[in-house]
Write a protein that binds this ligand. Structure first.
Ligand SMILES: [Zn+2]
Length: 495
């Protein structure tokens, strides 16, 4: 069992048939499915919808789109310097955990070691999920714009990108921020749960799902993956997507099938032929992506402790490594579970941004976790903001508003607190499934998909709303769209 992490590279290597259920270039459905009770054209109809999919045949896409879109506009317009102040408060909380971790990392006593590991882990995790994530999406671009009196410190184009210094100052982690921007802000968000989504868990773990091993062993494998997924999966895979984006800008062709294959660490380091296809190799990858963080975080950061003795230095190296494991697990629990489960839909074709279909997919293919706002069991409304809401959301890395985040990726953290009850009400009015569950229940559902015990829910192309169908010409077009959104704010930039 202890060897399982070593087996994982083999287990999780891209599989030639990894495309699985997808039909990347299937033409858009020419019409919507008629309600199942229609008899006239019965022979032409797809099979009747299951009860839990019935909403898909009756959704009034234009009306639904109008309400969601207007909510996004209202939220964007209401953002102010309060949002930047709230961001700074969350940065302060995150840094406080960092200070706690750094101040105690020299110790090998059990209590101080625990404090150090929790402090360092929470610092790293929240720096990624709350701060790097929302700033890189442009959540504060308009409020912190230097042309309008802002500092520019929290604008997408200045934060963490452009130099190793800025990366180290703003968001130092295993992933290269520029690569994250391509993989996450562009591909994952605008092709959510379709074949072009690089984070499609069901496809990425196709081999794990189908390999004939005892299921309990596969669950152990999921645990091992959780402990190392950021450097094992995210760092190399985001870099591959960055390289593909550069290649496509240069007019080179990269097939969709190749682009979708997960590029894990063993491939990046030990498969030079595969790596060369994307203009990289072990030296380039270590130099640009993982090397600076590996060296600075684990060996240079604790170096001053050598003045006091080697045992303090090595205690710190150990605590930093253990904190990295915990941070991987924490982030896996709140991120890998966002779009996975047998109640999350997957799609065959693309749709245009900010159409009714785009909003519908953002909602039906995302799960929210516990939020502090909303309605109590006795029917009274909870406060939207405040200390309790912020504490809850902080430890969820603000990923408990995943539905709202996918509808309006360029909003602030404060806006998501305001958005959730309103979006939920719109969904209830239109019968669109809005899933909100405890994060550990979602973890179980995610692990079930990873080991092949359950599968994502297919959204039949025949149910699609044809006017929203869209085909991305290439990466350049997608990037132009994302840039436009970030400059103008969510919902303002019409596709
Ligand atoms: Zn995002």
């Amino acid at each position: 069992m202890l060897l399982l992490p070593l087996l994982l590279p083999a287990l999780l290597r891209p599989h030639p048939s990894a495309a699985g259920w997808t039909r990347p270039h299937a033409p858009p459905a020419p019409r919507r499915a008629l309600p199942p009770h229609s008899v006239a054209a019965a022979s032409l109809l797809p099979p009747p919808l299951a009860a839990r999919d019935a909403w898909a045949a009756t959704l009034d896409y234009p009306a639904f789109r109008k309400e969601v879109h207007e909510l996004g506009l209202r939220l964007a317009e209401a953002q102010s310097l309060d949002d930047v102040r709230h961001l700074k408060k969350m940065i302060l909380w995150s840094n406080a955990f960092g200070v706690l971790g750094l101040a105690t990392m020299w110790s090998s006593s059990p209590l101080l070691r625990l404090l150090s590991i929790v402090g360092l882990s929470t610092w790293t995790c929240t720096r990624w999920t709350m701060i790097g994530h929302h700033i890189s999406h442009g959540g504060y671009n308009r409020q912190d714009d230097p042309k309008k009196g802002g500092s520019g410190r929290f604008c997408t184009y200045r934060f963490a990108v452009g130099s190793v210094y800025r990366r180290a100052r703003d968001w130092f982690d295993w992933m290269l921020p520029e690569a994250w921007n391509v993989e996450h802000n562009n591909l994952h968000h605008y092709r959510l749960s379709e074949s072009g989504d690089p984070d499609l868990v069901e496809r990425n773990l196709d081999l794990m799902r189908t390999i004939p091993l005892p299921r309990w062993l596969k669950y152990v494998g999921v645990g091992a993956l959780a402990a190392m997924w950021k450097w094992y999966y995210y760092a190399p895979n985001t870099y591959k997507q960055l390289k593909i984006s550069e290649m496509r800008k240069d007019g080179k062709t990269v097939s969709e099938a190749e682009a979708h294959e997960p590029f894990t660490l063993p491939v990046a380091l030990f498969d030079p032929v595969e790596a060369k296809k994307y203009g990289t190799g072990p030296v380039d990858f270590m130099k640009k992506v993982m090397g600076p963080f590996l060296l600075a975080r684990f060996f240079l950061l604790p170096a001053p402790l050598l003045l006091f003795g080697a045992r303090f230095y090595w205690a710190a190296v150990t605590n930093l490594a253990l904190a990295d494991v915990l941070s991987n697990i924490h982030s896996f629990i709140i991120i890998a579970t966002n779009h996975c489960g047998d109640d999350m839909y997957k799609f065959d074709n693309s749709c245009a941004p900010r159409t009714g279909s785009f909003y519908m997919r953002a909602i039906t293919s995302s799960a929210n976790f516990r939020t502090s706002n909303g309605v109590r069991a006795d029917g009274t409304a909870r406060k939207l903001h405040g200390f309790r809401a912020d504490v809850n959301d902080f430890f969820h890395g603000w990923l408990n508003y995943q539905i709202e985040h996918h509808c309006f990726p360029q909003l602030s953290m404060l806006s998501y607190q305001k958005a959730a009850p309103q979006l939920r009400a719109i969904c209830e009015n239109h019968g669109v499934p809005y899933v909100q569950q405890n994060v550990f229940r979602r973890l179980k559902k995610t692990a079930d998909v990873m080991v092949g015990a359950s599968s994502m829910r297919p959204f039949d192309p025949a149910w699609e709303y044809a006017p929203d169908a869209f085909t991305w010409a290439d990466q350049k077009q997608l990037e132009a769209q994302v840039l436009k959104d970030q400059l103008e704010g969510t919902s303002k930039a019409v596709a």
